[in-house]
Design a protein around this ligand. Structure first.
Ligand SMILES: *[C@@H]1O[C@H](CO)[C@@H](O)[C@H](O)[C@H]1NC(C)=O
Length: 332
């Protein structure tokens, strides 16, 4: 304080400039719709007995704040979504992924399941999912690398896996060769079909294409606890068609969490920034909130000199009464 008053009395011009700078910083750097004391409350309440519903509501407030920032970024680089370049050439300091950050926090333990490196995925609250007597895992795009699915089956003995991939003949080695803690083959809880996931049912084509809705119906499932999708850009039409039934208020997408690799590849179903943003917003409208992301650096390292097209995202569904958003299952 003494130093400050000396500066103010000896160098009045500096102090005016200093105050001006301070005002600028306050206006532009500190987001005014965000109260950092809320963040302190979140971490305190997470440790205490505050209800899960309260924690999720607070997270949703943070998420809405992120949505405002996203629109501001579109304004800055657009100003319309049609004008935003996903992967701008030259010296621009953003990519597509900076508009879609995982601004929602999973209110439980987050852990990476499966291989370190390609194949592993970030999962929210697996301990809670695993405590259920019965649970359902769907996985699309297996490609002979099912370390993620195998570890889920190991850690969650009540879970069964429905795996789909038209490019392979069986579920995959990490499941076929492994046994669980009771010396029972993991295969006994795994179901495989060489189908492709799509936005339309064309079962007589090669490969046979199924929608997620049809697969749920034919398997007699009402809910998927963990949904993994890695299907080389087919995720755009597949998810668009799946969430279409759950966009109206009050609808509950029958998914607890989703691990999705997004392939924003040119000439694919991705179709540019504006189309991507509309698609992503449909996922949000259906109640999905990203809580983790990881760019696919393995792919970048192998191919080199390519667009950073591929990113892994993990989403939690904030609606419904599943293991991540409700304590009801605890008493079942
Ligand atoms: C597990 O099962 C296999 C095949 O049934 C059997 O050969 C093996 O001895 C069992 N191992 C244990 C530890 O029970």
């Amino acid at each position: 304080m003494a130093v400050l008053s000396t500066v103010i009395t000896r160098h009045p011009r500096y102090s005016i400039a200093g105050i001006f700078l301070l005002v600028l910083v306050t206006i532009f750097l500190i987001p005014h719709s965000y109260d950092y004391t809320d963040a302190a409350v979140y971490f305190r309440t997470r440790m205490s007995s505050s209800s899960l519903a309260n924690i999720l509501a607070l997270q949703e407030d943070y998420y809405k704040f992120h949505l405002e920032r996203r629109e501001a970024l579109v304004q800055r680089y657009g100003p319309t979504a049609e004008e935003v370049e996903s992967f701008p050439p030259g010296q621009q300091y953003y990519t597509l992924w900076d508009f879609f950050i995982p601004a929602f926090q999973c209110p439980h333990r987050v852990e990476r399941i499966g291989n370190l490196g390609d194949g592993g995925k970030w999962v929210c609250g697996l301990d809670r999912v695993a405590k259920q007597k019965e649970c359902v895992i769907y996985s699309f795009g297996l490609n002979g690398e099912v370390s993620f699915e195998a570890e889920l089956l190991q850690l969650a003995p009540g879970c069964q896996l429905w795996g789909y991939d038209y490019s392979v003949q069986s579920i995959g080695p990490q499941i076929e060769l492994a046994v669980d803690q009771h010396n029972v083959s993991l295969s006994s809880r795994a179901h495989f079909q060489a189908y492709a996931l799509g936005g339309k049912d064309t079962h007589n084509t090669e490969p046979p294409m199924y929608t997620l809705k049809t697969l749920l119906e034919s398997n007699g499932h009402k809910f998927i606890d963990i949904l993994k999708i890695d299907i080389e850009s087919w995720e755009f039409e597949s998810l668009e068609s799946f969430v279409a039934d759950y966009l109206q208020p009050g609808a509950v997408l029958p998914v607890g969490q989703m691990q999705l690799e997004i392939h924003a590849t040119e000439g694919s179903g991705y179709g540019g920034f504006a189309k991507f943003k509309t698609w992503w917003e449909k996922l949000e409208t259906a109640g999905l909130r990203p809580f983790w992301t990881e760019p696919n650096l393995v792919y970048l390292n192998i191919i080199r000199n390519v667009r950073p097209d591929l990113a892994e995202y993990s989403f939690i569904n904030i609606r419904g009464e599943h293991a991540l958003v409700s304590d009801k299952w605890l008493s079942k």
